[in-house]
Design a protein around this ligand. Sequence first.
Ligand SMILES: *Cc1c(COP(=O)(O)O)cnc(C)c1O
Length: 377
Amino acid sequence: MDISTLCIHGAEDHTHCTGSITVPIYQAATFVHPGVGESTGYDYSRLQNPTREQVEKIVAKLENGADALAFSTGMAAVTALMELFKIGDHLIVSDDLYGGTHRLFHHISMKNGISFSFVDTSDSSEVIKHIKKETKAIYIETPTNPMMQVTDIAAISKIAKENNLLLIVDNTFLTPYFQNPIQLGADIVIHSGTKYLSGHNDTLSGFLVTRTEELSEKLRFIHKTTGAGLSPFDSWLMIRGIKTLAIRMEKQQENAILLANWLSNHPKVQSVYYVGLPTHPGYEISKKQARGFGSMISFKVDTEETAVQLLSKVKLVLYAESLGGVETLITYPMLQTHADVPKEEREAKGIDERLLRISVGIENINDLIVDLGQALG
Ligand SMILES: *Cc1c(COP(=O)(O)O)cnc(C)c1O
């Protein structure tokens, strides 16, 4: 079945008792036992809830995983994932990470005795160089946020397998609609469901998708024990959001390609980082491993004044954090998503006072261009 159809029909048949087209919201904390020592399969909603179970089934199918676990946020998912590791373990991670993940690794995981090598994972030799006997996993984001670096997932998976390491891929930016890391050799896929999967900037959620049942069992234990499962209502909103994933991803990408080209030709724009531009260093790998380029664009303007002016003059385009929704959002990574990354490290990555990031929505492209045009001046 095509992925666009799975997005709509990926839940199990739930129409048998009432004919309801939609999955019901089981707003229940606990469930009655039919007899002594018996269970309906649901005992207490921290362990499992029927509505959450349905969104998990859909996401597992979309990513071709053995299982998917739904969390209250993307960061709750990454936090639970880190419970797979213990004092002394070492991870190799992308050096251009989502700001919240960077903060978690630096301020919480390190305190818990886990060490990290932050490397440019788009260069396989850098990854190999940092493997040591304590290394347990490679953690990548591709494309990265906000610099849009692309890592060859299959190449890194080969290194991971040869060295008996887990490969973990944050697939938030491309979603299963455009990229399936498990098929390329990943063991665990992460999503901030808050972004494209939800698509409407109205729900926070996170997912871990596993390649094997064995990993699923370990993570299910952590999930039920630490307790950050997605609520029934938010699970329902996610099921609803995912139904339109295909059509949104296509339209957002179509707009992004047009906008990236328009920005590239604007006199006040100096560079455009969009993986769908043939000049982008990750263009060929993207074509090989993904079915699309997504709709995240970063760009550098000529001066800090232009950046500040743009952010204060946009009207239709909203100056707000987050990404992936139907509304086009613009952010200033230096002050928002990456504010916690030390200045030197940030600037070495190119995240400076001239860098802006746009998450392109589904508005009419001409309206977006008119708004950005007046704001850039
Ligand atoms: C937003 C985001 C996260 C964190 O997800 P939340 O739902 O905000 O907790 C993790 N990774 C990436 C790439 C993200 O964009």
